[in-house]
Design a protein. Structure first.
Length: 133
C-alpha cells in the first residue's frame, strides 16, 4: 500500500493533466463529515468512503491503486464540471449536457481508458434519465 502523500501527489498530477483546479483535488484521510469523500488505507485495501454527520453513505473498496485514483478523479471531475456548468448556465438546456461534455474532455486528457469508462457511465445514465431540454 502507498501513503496518503503519494496518493495526494498522484491526484494533483492527474488532475492537473485534465485541467481540474487544485481546490477540487484534496484527498482527505479522515471524513470532514460533510459528504466529502475520504480515503482509508489498510494493510491490504484502499477504501473510498463518503460520510456525513456520522452516517456512512457509501464505501467502495479495492486492492488496485489505479481504481482508487479513478474514483477520486471521477468525483473531482464531476464536482468541477457541475460547478463550471452553474457558472456558465445555458437557459432551457439540461445542465448535464455541458457538465458531461466537460467531464468527458477532462477524462480524455488524463487516460483514454478512464474516458471510455466515463462515457459508458454517462450513456447508462442517459438511457435511464434522458436529457430534458
Amino acid at each position: 500500500m502507498v501513503s496518503y502523500s503519494y496518493i495526494q501527489n498522484r491526484i494533483h498530477e492527474l488532475g492537473s493533466k485534465g485541467g481540474i483546479p487544485l481546490n477540487y483535488l484534496k484527498v482527505f484521510n479522515a471524513s470532514p463529515q460533510d459528504g466529502t469523500p475520504h480515503v482509508e488505507i489498510t494493510d491490504q485495501t484502499y477504501d473510498y468512503v463518503i460520510q456525513e454527520r456520522g452516517f456512512e453513505f457509501s464505501r467502495s473498496q479495492t486492492y488496485d491503486l489505479n481504481e482508487l485514483l479513478f474514483w477520486i478523479v471521477d468525483s473531482a471531475s464531476s464536482r468541477y464540471a457541475f460547478d463550471y456548468e452553474v457558472d456558465h448556465r445555458i437557459i432551457n438546456q439540461d445542465a448535464r449536457r455541458l457538465a458531461f461534455s466537460i467531464k468527458n474532455d477532462i477524462m480524455e486528457k488524463i487516460d483514454p481508458t478512464w474516458a471510455e469508462m466515463t462515457r459508458d457511465y454517462i450513456e447508462k445514465t442517459l438511457a435511464n434519465a434522458p436529457y430534458v431540454d
